[in-house]
Design a protein around this ligand. Structure first.
Ligand code: ATP
Ligand code: MG
Length: 381
């Protein structure tokens, strides 16, 4: 007899020829999630199993963050002997009150009783042992599941996991990660759809300090709990910002800054086999996120830019940030490189054809190259 975690995955994404590949990804991602706590992971019979963990709660917490999983159940694994199974069931229902039902499932057809027979037998024995329980087959408070497979597995709790697609099944993209609330949520949304993300952060020392950097690294660490690690590219952005501030029309400062971020991010993305960029923009949230501004920002990008928050309200974004665990870090005070040179009256309806002139005093290529060359890589695990 031992404790194991039963891990269920959604079947929707498993159709067709990709099935073995997706299952391997999923199993590897579960292995990575439990590696720090020493669990043993295997795939068998349409399930993933985790055993040999001391702290089952921590194991559940970690595994529930693996994208592509449906739910988990801490279970007892025991031999396929009716008396042994009954003893375990009685132990599991000890001290419980209210209604219950035993759900039997026999995958091993050599087991002498069928699913209904052994569920009824176990239900009877549990009732005898615990007078505070009643049977309710339609709407039970406690659902005791007993499955006869290679061994017998018994569980009475199902905890929902994050869902989504297995990390790595939808390619790679680069997330523009600021220290704010939005961009970690945007990254989470894309990771949930199977995209492996690296992060790109623009910093402008001495205008932005160590605290801003620490904050971004902390956010990357929180996101890495879902992805099993993350590469963070730290881009020196001071020179670009100073030049934009000096040589461009003030009202377009933020927009031109954003165009530079995209140009630089795209270059770093290309060098790292990423096929898309991700930002935390939400339509109309600030001057640089109006439809007209986004048209001007997108014009410098050749690769697709995913903006998963585009149609969300701030409150909705905040709710997700709280749920995924990045909110508390995001609201810590810090100086973002964008806020340092914020114009007093930003243009909200910029025209695309005015952009070349507004940027004409800048050596765009040299500024982008210098920033890319000065970029530092930090790997967060
Ligand atoms: P957030 O809450 O994510 O900071 P925001 O509402 O403050 O977003 P902006 O500052 O306009 O919006 O930035 C829009 C998007 O641009 C961010 O979501 C992020 O993807 C990217 N971005 C902004 N600043 C930086 C930065 N310093 N480094 C990397 N990406 C950035
Ligand atoms: Mg920001």
């Amino acid at each position: 007899m031992r404790k194991v975690l039963l891990v269920r995955y959604g079947e929707v994404f498993l159709k067709g020829a990709n099935r073995p590949h997706f299952l391997k990804l999923l199993t590897d991602n579960v292995k990575r999630a439990v590696k720090p706590i020493g669990g043993r992971v295997w795939l068998s019979d349409s399930r993933i199993y985790v055993s040999d963990v001391e702290d089952m709660d921590e194991c559940v917490r970690r595994v529930c963050k693996v994208f592509g999983l449906y739910s988990v159940s801490p279970a007892i694994e025991c031999e396929k002997d009716l008396d042994v199974i009954a003893e375990q069931c009685i132990e599991m229902m000890k001290g419980k009150r209210g209604s219950f039902k035993v759900y039997g499932k026999r995958s091993d057809k050599k087991f002498p009783m069928n699913s209904l027979e052994f569920a009824a037998e176990l239900g009877g024995r549990i009732l005898e042992s615990n007078p505070h329980l009643t049977v309710d087959i339609h709407n039970p408070q406690h659902k005791l599941r007993v499955e006869i497979r290679d061994n017998c597995y018994i569980c009475c709790e199902e905890i929902m996991a994050v869902g989504g697609l297995p990390m790595g099944s939808s390619g790679r993209a680069a997330l523009l990660l600021s220290g704010g609330i939005d961009s970690p949520v945007a990254g989470y949304c894309m990771m949930k759809r199977g995209v492996r993300c690296c992060a790109i952060h623009f910093q402008s020392p001495p205008y932005t300090g160590e605290l801003a950097r620490d904050k971004v690294m902390q956010l990357a660490k929180e996101m890495a709990e879902y992805s099993g690690g993350m590469r963070v590219y730290l881009v020196p952005f001071t020179k670009c910002q100073l030049e934009i501030h000096e040589k461009c029309p003030e009202g377009l400062g933020t927009l031109i800054t954003r165009r530079f971020m995209m140009r630089i991010a795209q270059e770093i993305a290309r060098q790292n086999e990423c096929n898309a960029l991700i930002t935390g923009e939400s339509l109309g949230q600030v001057a640089s996120q109006t439809m007209e501004s986004i048209v001007c920002t997108d014009a410098v990008c050749e690769m697709p830019v995913f903006r998963p928050l585009i149609g969300m309200d701030k409150t909705e974004i905040m709710d997700i940030a709280k749920r995924i665990g990045t909110y508390e870090t995001s609201i810590l005070p810090y100086e973002d490189c964008c806020t340092v040179f914020t114009p007093r009256h930003p243009v909200t309806k910029p025209k695309l054809d005015t952009m070349p002139k507004a940027e004409s005093k800048l050596d765009i290529e040299a500024l982008v190259r210098e920033a890319v060359e000065g970029t530092e890589l930090v790997i967060v695990s």
